[in-house]
Design a protein around this ligand. Sequence first.
Ligand code: BGC
Length: 513
Amino acid sequence: MGRLAVGVAVGVAVATCAVAGVVVGRRLRSRRKWRRVVGVLRELEDSCETPVGRLKQVVDAMAVEMHAGLASEGGSKLKMLLTFVDRLPTGSEIGTYYALDLGGTNFRVLRVQLGGTRSSILSKDVKRQRIPEHLMTSTSEDLFDFITSKLKQFVEQEETVSEAAQSRTRELGFTFSFPVKQISIRSGFLIRWNKGFAIEDMIGCEIVERLQGALMKKGLDMWATVLVNDTVGILALGHYYDADTVAAVKIGTGTNACYMERADAIIKCQGLLTSSGGMVVNMEWGNFWSSHLPRTTYDIDMDLESPNPNDQGFEKMISGMYLGDIVRRVILRMCEESDIFGPVSSKLLTPFVLEMPLMAAMHEDESPDLKEVAAILRETLEIQDVPLKARRLVVKVCDVVTRRAARLAAAGIVGILKKIGRDGTGGITGSRSKSDAKMRRTVVAVEGSLYTSYMMFREYLHEALNEILGEDVAQHVVLRTTEDGSCVGAALLAALHSSSSSSSSSDGLHRRQ
Ligand code: BGC
């Protein structure tokens, strides 16, 4: 071989090595980046872990906090608010009643015609409307003007209502799903806003008075008979259909639960006598907190940046308003760790841009190439051309966040069952074993988009309930989905407390002298 040929051969070999070196270097770098992204997921998985032992600690903490909240005002982060609802509908309510339901992204007006026997709802008419965003932070006058004008339109359009019903004052149940300190069944003061509402001039104000004033201004002859939380409406509807219903849970934009408590267990209100011996307590469980809750850095950052830091800690881990934002934060972190998702887009930096239905759609994307995930990343988060293996990671992130939420919600439900002695252990102080505790059929009414429309969430919740309670006990616990309970239930309670109803005693409540 001549010198030239040797030179060329060496040159080619050097060039080949250099190219190979670049390729290998690139591969190594990209592997390292990929490992970092996977590391973000692993870290998330670890910090979201909810083994059954931890869930049981959450159950105990919930039951203990319930006791504390009932013992004294401010005794716990759980407010355990009195609702003055001491009886629940039985199925014999009769007549036409209305409801106004304000509490989340949507606002609803309803008319219902009750048959009077065997829980028969003869007709139901509901109109839903998204609350214009600016009204959520405007003035109470603007907000009440808006809802009463929608109610007016609704009433003016009705055709099927009998003349007799039209000639008397229409009665309505007002569902107002925020923390409210009630002083009677139809009167209460707003403690604070949440779920994106922030109307300063209403904090501390009496709510029904505002509504009644706005109804008058609109020339509407309507009377708000009851003021209720959405969970109380759900419990009322649940009980209307099934007398074994003892509690209700809402898992939608926000989350909360209520249940029927013995009046003598409400120690902070000593001497409270009710005609039934019980009263529905609005737990406001969204504000529950315990050191046993698995908290991540994403939760901490989201809370700090929220308009209500340190409040609604449980809600921020569980409810629809927040889950998508936790996922967005994790994807953002992955983007910062690697260029596998391309550059950080401005959308990815926008809080709450990834709403819960989109997150659920990504989680439940069953197409082999995760088409839906790609479309949502592209259209909502402006992340283009994400490779399949990275899309799989996104699905996994949704899974981890949703699974934690569902399992914690299950622990919350068992906490309530424990407090009322329906978890098969004989109550919080009971020492009976599961085997000798006699279980009664126990129904919990559940509503909210996470539970009703997000299959994976619901499956995880049921799975955790079985794990915590054990199959023997879990078979006696029924989670029953109700529909439009927050407003139908309010109308039912309006019927139960109506001035024209024979079963209505002004409130049925007395204080021992
Ligand atoms: C509110 C509760 C409400 C729940 C579900 C929470 O943010 O504080 O009053 O019941 O959302 O709508």
